[in-house]
Write a protein that binds this ligand. Structure first.
Ligand code: GLY
Length: 377
């Protein structure tokens, strides 16, 4: 069984565990006395496997959710709390969230406020949630049409990564997760995992190589989980380094906001992909302008590792991996929603800028300046 420990202040607060079968959950749940499950309706079979791993007396109930972005709201969190209350959940209960990021965010938030906080665990069933949303303790809901405006950061006791579930995902959902996987390796790439991931998703799937691909993907998922656990462990409440994980997200949230208004179907991962390409263009424009005093990479004693032509490089890699790279909305239409994102104060917004594969720097910029720069060849 693979295992990564997430340490905060020298203490292991969460574990990321996986072995390719939901069966080993029985080990993780062995000491529990009261287990409740909240699961995405689409992965009821994973919930069945979790129930099968539990002694009958320990399993106290399950609740299926329609895990949609529209349902990611306070009313759903309160529904979960009401259900826990009706079912008599005590402060010792463990709530297990089974599904993608919407489910883990909703259930984690409900757990964090129910009776002032009970423990929760994640069984992420999408690639995106396995490498990002299911790790690091961010929970929450959308509010007033803006994403994740209400929430808390509370670590799950464990995140169980079942690689088998990825084989059942629609191709589009896998691609969505690929964007977050590549994002993680753009932030930290000690073993050439970025290139490995691009290679894996660029190569056509052939009959007979399913097992090799699955093994390679599992290795990449664990490598990304280890990067994320390291970043979160060093900065659990996002005061600095953790903000790097928002690479592409200021643009992505604005793209998703526009998509909701226009009734367009764009997944979070697709928006992140387009957002990272815009962040790469910003990197090129900032370098071209020569104003590098914002960038700690440029004052590195070892020399500035900034790579030339980040947009062209990432555009080619992301497109080869099957990801969308062009934002369908005019840049000016993104400005309003971007203003709402991760304010730095003084009217500026914090942008995460990829300056090389494995290195992201932060810049505090005016949204209007950014829109101008991106629109200027
Ligand atoms: N999804 C970004 C983070 O967990 O910080």
């Amino acid at each position: 069984m693979q295992q990564i420990e997430l340490h905060i202040d020298g203490r292991a607060v969460s574990r990321i565990v996986g072995d390719g079968s939901p069966g080993c959950l029985s080990g993780l749940l062995a000491a529990e006395r009261e287990v409740f499950l909240v699961h995405d309706r689409n992965v009821a079979w994973v919930a069945d496997a979790v129930v099968a791993a539990l002694p009958a007396a320990v399993f106290r109930g399950r609740r299926a959710l329609e895990a949609t972005e529209g349902g990611k709201e306070m009313a759903t969190v309160l529904d979960i709390c009401r259900w826990l209350m009706d079912a008599g959940a005590s402060r010792k209960a463990l709530l297990v969230a089974i599904g993608g990021g919407i489910t883990t965010d909703l259930a984690g938030f409900a757990a964090s406020i129910y009776k002032r906080g009970i423990r929760y665990a994640n069984v992420p069933t999408t690639l995106l949630a396995q490498v990002d949303a299911g790790i690091g303790g961010k929970t929450g809901v959308n509010f007033l049409d803006y994403k994740n405006m209400l929430g808390v950061i509370v670590q799950p006791v464990f995140t169980y990564i079942c690689s088998g579930v990825l084989r059942t995902l629609p191709r589009r959902d896998v691609r969505s997760g690929v964007a977050e996987l590549l994002k993680t390796f753009l932030i930290e790439d000690s073993d050439g995992n970025y290139a490995r991931a691009v290679r894996l998703f660029s190569s056509p799937e052939r009959d007979g190589d399913g097992e090799d691909r699955a093994w390679e993907l599992q290795a990449l998922v664990f490598a990304a989980a280890a990067v994320k656990a390291g970043v979160v462990g060093r900065d659990p409440y996002e005061h600095g380094e953790r903000r790097r994980l928002n690479l592409g997200h200021t643009f992505a949230h604005a793209i998703e906001h526009n998509a909701r208004l226009a009734g367009d179907d764009i997944t979070h991962g697709e928006a992140v992909s387009m957002g990272i390409i815009l962040a790469a263009r910003l990197s090129d424009r900032l370098a071209h302008q020569g104003g590098n005093n914002w960038c700690s990479a440029c004052s590195d004693r070892a020399g500035c590792p900034r790579a030339e032509g980040m947009e062209a490089r990432l555009r080619a890699d992301f497109a080869a991996a099957g990801l969308p790279v062009d934002c369908p909305y005019p840049l000016a239409a993104l400005a309003g929603a971007m203003e709402k994102d991760k304010k730095a104060g003084g009217g500026k917004v914090r942008f995460q800028i990829p300056v090389a594969v494995g290195r992201v720097e932060e810049a505090e910029l005016d949204v209007a300046d950014v829109i101008n720069m991106l629109g200027t060849p």
